[in-house]
Design a protein around this ligand. Structure first.
Ligand code: BG6
Length: 481
């Protein structure tokens, strides 16, 4: 007996900038991601001002889906996907971002993709902005730091909503909108919002000014979308990394409570339509001017989201006045006082593996917001070995299996309203944080290395056959053969 609803949306997730390639095809403009070089494990990616002839930009080529979409979508069909979450690159539709008319060739490209998905029985789930702001908007206006960019985003949203109003139902406004709370990491403010800090800036003040504009942009998009098609389901998209107290010491518990606000700040506004008490207090105490304009309260209230899409990869822990933030914990760059959780193991990239944390997250989000939830990213980035054209990725199957079990428990035992599950990087793509190919999430292998060499051949991993069975049985058959 299946514990999940029959219409559960089993799928896969991708983002235009990480897999499409064709970065300069058919009039596409440069995006903020097109000027980020390859990094490596432990080596940060570099943000350049323009495309440097000698630097390597892995997102330019992606995995060449731009030219191989028919074969790839055929594989998605064979896998049995019911939906595919991807993004529409803003720069294909508005190459510079501040034009008044869209680039028709960009729309034609997505017509082909969306039509081919639908013909193959795969429902498109679309993120409007997945780290793909036009570079021109970042350079000329300072990205979302400038309210003018809200108008540009609203125009982009309107064109895309109008164009796909009969073909797409599920949308998300901004991918992992809360990444940028980590202002210390220049990558996130840049990819989320096209913002680069100046030496004289107070990073936190810039963050909240930027955040306000982006929250207004999200609300405007929701309003516009609902006017075009009231049946649209328009969601927020957050990265959720639950932050546990290291111990039951009340100071650790309080530390975790406050740290978790960093993750909730954006959805608190997107779901409720007003700023949470802790933010209001903080703006007042710090004297931050977020650029509030008359009517913003109405806009935020009228542009609340229908559901919460979220990514879940890991949990973390914090300790009051931790002296030893460990180097191998990915969160130690983000969160003051982050510590390793001694009860769980981490991936080779330092991402803590915690499937119970997914059930916990589903409950926390549902209790806080009482909106349908959608797991739109989850997965295991690992190095794969190819042996005789086969990839025996039992580690990935284990990870996905445990997380799907946790999701089913949240639905079946806790009563959480869960729309679907789309594992990240359903086919191998360029890693966001490192730019590597070798950090692979896919159930379909792509023969390409970190320098862009390889035949681009697609191979089905063991996890491909396993997930196909999971989908066919609606989550009943989770065992691997
Ligand atoms: C999320 C992003 O942060 O995590 C994706 O929405 C990203 O774009 C994914 O690829 C996994 O991160 P990474 O760095 O392992 O690719």
């Amino acid at each position: 007996m299946s514990q999940l609803p029959q219409n559960f949306m089993w799928g896969g997730a991708l983002a235009a900038n990480q897999f499409e390639g064709g970065y300069d095809q058919d009039g596409k403009g440069l995006s903020v991601m097109d000027v980020i070089t390859a990094g490596a494990h432990g080596k940060a990616r570099r943000i350049t001002t323009h495309v440097e002839p000698d630097a390597y930009y892995p997102n330019h080529f992606g995995i060449d889906f731009y030219h191989q979409y028919q074969e790839d979508i055929a594989l998605f069909k064979e896998l049995g996907l019911k939906c595919l979450r991807t993004s529409i690159a803003w720069t294909r539709i508005f190459p510079k971002g501040d034009e008044t008319t869209p680039n028709e060739a960009g729309l034609r490209f997505y017509d082909k993709i969306i039509d081919t998905l639908i013909e193959n029985g795969i429902e498109p789930v679309i993120t409007l902005s997945h780290f793909e702001m036009p570079l021109h908007l970042a350079h000329t206006y300072g990205g979302f730091r400038n309210r003018k960019v809200v108008d540009c985003f609203a125009r982009f949203a309107e064109v895309v909503f109008e164009h796909y109003q009969d073909k797409v139902t599920y949308w998300m406004t901004f991918n992992e909108i809360n990444n940028q709370m980590d202002v210390q990491n220049p990558l996130f403010l840049w990819t989320n919002s096209g913002v680069q800090l100046k030496p004289e800036d107070n990073p936190e003040a810039v963050l909240y000014q930027t955040a306000h504009n982006q929250l207004i942009a999200s609300a405007r998009a929701v309003k516009i979308g609902k006017q075009i098609n009231p049946n649209f389901q328009i969601g927020a998209m957050i990265s959720h990394i639950p932050i546990y107290p290291y111990s039951c010491h009340p100071k650790d518990v309080m530390e975790a409570q406050i740290a978790n606000r960093l993750r909730f700040f954006f959805p608190d506004v997107q779901v409720r339509g007003y700023y949470p008490h802790y933010a209001v207090k903080m703006f007042e105490k710090q004297g931050y001017d977020i650029g509030w304009q008359e009517g913003d309260d109405v806009l935020l209230r009228e542009g609340t989201v229908d559901y919460i899409g979220f990514s879940y990869y890991m949990s973390t822990a914090v300790k009051h006045h931790a002296e030893d933030s460990p180097e191998n914990n990915i969160m130690n760059h983000t969160l003051p006082n982050a510590v390793n959780n001694p009860y769980i193991e981490s991936s080779d990239w330092g991402w803590a593996i915690d499937s119970i944390g997914l059930r916990y997250t589903l409950n926390v989000l549902y209790e806080r917001y009482q909106l349908p939830l959608f797991i739109v990213e989850n997965g295991f980035g690992a190095v794969d070995q190819v042996e005789n054209n086969e990839i025996h990725d039992s580690y990935r199957i284990d990870y996905l299996k445990q997380h799907i079990e946790a999701a089913i428990q949240a639905v079946d035992e806790d009563g959480v309203d869960l729309l679907g599950y789309t594992p990240w990087g359903i086919i191998d793509i360029v890693s966001f944080t490192t730019g590597e190919m070798k950090k692979r999430y896919g159930l379909i292998y792509v023969d390409q290395d970190d320098e862009g060499h390889g035949s681009l051949a697609r191979l089905k991993k063991d996890s491909f056959y396993w997930y196909r069975e999971v989908i066919q049985s609606n989550g009943v058959n989770l065992s691997s053969h």
